[in-house]
Design a binder for this molecule. Sequence first.
Ligand code: NAP
Length: 480
Amino acid sequence: MQTFGNYINGEWITSGDTFENRNPANTDEVVGLHVKASAADVEKAADAAGAAFPKWSATAGPARGAILFKAAEILDSRFDAIAAEMTREEGKTYPEAKGEVRRSINILRYFAGEGSRFTGHLVPSERDRVHMFAIRKAIGVVGLITPWNFPSAIPAWKLAPALVAGNTVVLKPASAAPISAYRIVEALHEAGLPKGVLNFVGGSGGTLGKAIVEAKPMKAISFTGSVDIGKWIHAEASKRMLRTQLEMGGKNPTIVLADCDFNAAVENVANAAYFSTGQKCTATSRAIVEDSIYDKFVAALAERTKKLKVGNGMEAGIDIGPAVDEGALKTILDYIEIGKKEAGAPLVGGNRLTGGAYDKGYFVEPTLFADVNENARIAQEEIFGPVLAVIRAKDFEDAMRIANASPFGLSASVQTSNVSRVFDFVYGMEAGLLTVNLPSAGVEYQLPFGGTKESSFGPKEQGPAAFDFYSDYKTIYLKY
Ligand code: NAP
């Protein structure tokens, strides 16, 4: 079995205490052992990143981009194996894992190209013979803290813009799924990234997260994960005036109107609610359905939900893998019990799956609660599992009111053929990512990504917006 090391100042540290990474579809299988980093390792990593910064930030952008491009080629050459490893460590199905690894490769290629397009501003001065312009510069050492649910794509979409803009990095992946991020670090190492530019530390979020926030060379922290930890990072980092970018939870609504393409709407809601075991930050967890089609829609959605196949994501024909670990399974089952008290028995699902191979994993039935009160806990709190609350709305205006009555604002979707409703939704919906006649989940990397309200804080990620976080302007007035 492979022991996965930490990567500090260009060296792989492969000795020391380890933690296990088990397959959530078959807990008999240890996918790998990961060396546990300490707070002192984070300090070393941050110091190495600090020492590497002057040279890396002065390296030509296209040369930085070329290393990212080469890393993408290396990942591509190992595509199937890396995707299979992701399914084994995180539980998502093999086709979903392949989609994610493809996305990581595309992200690296996209930002590799940005190395040649790192532009500033040039504008005419009001004064004669004054040349004025603003250039973008890297900000320094950045700490990246990532979750397990997109264990490759999220590290990729933070690392790629950070590095290509000339920053140096300390990356801490989620303990539940560190190998997918390790594979990107390994590819960047093999692609020739200079020592110290990227450092990788695995281990307890509490210990390493605190050490990242406290490390002297740190200038900024980009975090994706739960709201409470995001708020803690922001509070601590603000004391040192570190720049923060926080992407956190959601309670994403899909509004279904009577004039929608009915079958497509059923499919879009089922897809967004249940695929990836509902463990996408952009997953739909509230379906808000217009009264006149409510009964028909709920009946059709229930039929569709019953057909979903749950199992080991490496097997063909499986739609939904397990929850990522025992803690996640317990949270989901606890919320199902809360839901039963609030809304009665679910129309579909509601149980852990047991018997045979199910006994070795954290499998739960996709669960559909109907006639949920908009203020119920299962309609307000993030569950992060395959549990959908369906809520009845009088009309579009009522649906918008219900959708916006949430502390979160990550993604939202509307299913309708009425173009005026589409624009009312676009301008009135309090969320950072909107989809129309598509699932609420399933975003690309070429446009800004992020939410509003309690879901996000700071500049957006991805697309051209990524550099609003990973760079700063320097403005120059020059008399000639
Ligand atoms: P999490 O428990 O908050 O963990 C996220 C990361 O923070 C992990 O690397 C974790 O390390 C680390 N961490 C834990 N305690 C910490 C501390 N005290 N200080 C600093 N870092 C600490 O979240 P998760 O369970 O991995 O992910 C699920 C959550 O992420 C959901 O709320 C979901 O909505 C959100 N999410 C949001 C987005 C978005 O873009 N908005 C995308 C994906 C996921 P350990 O793994 O070692 O505990």
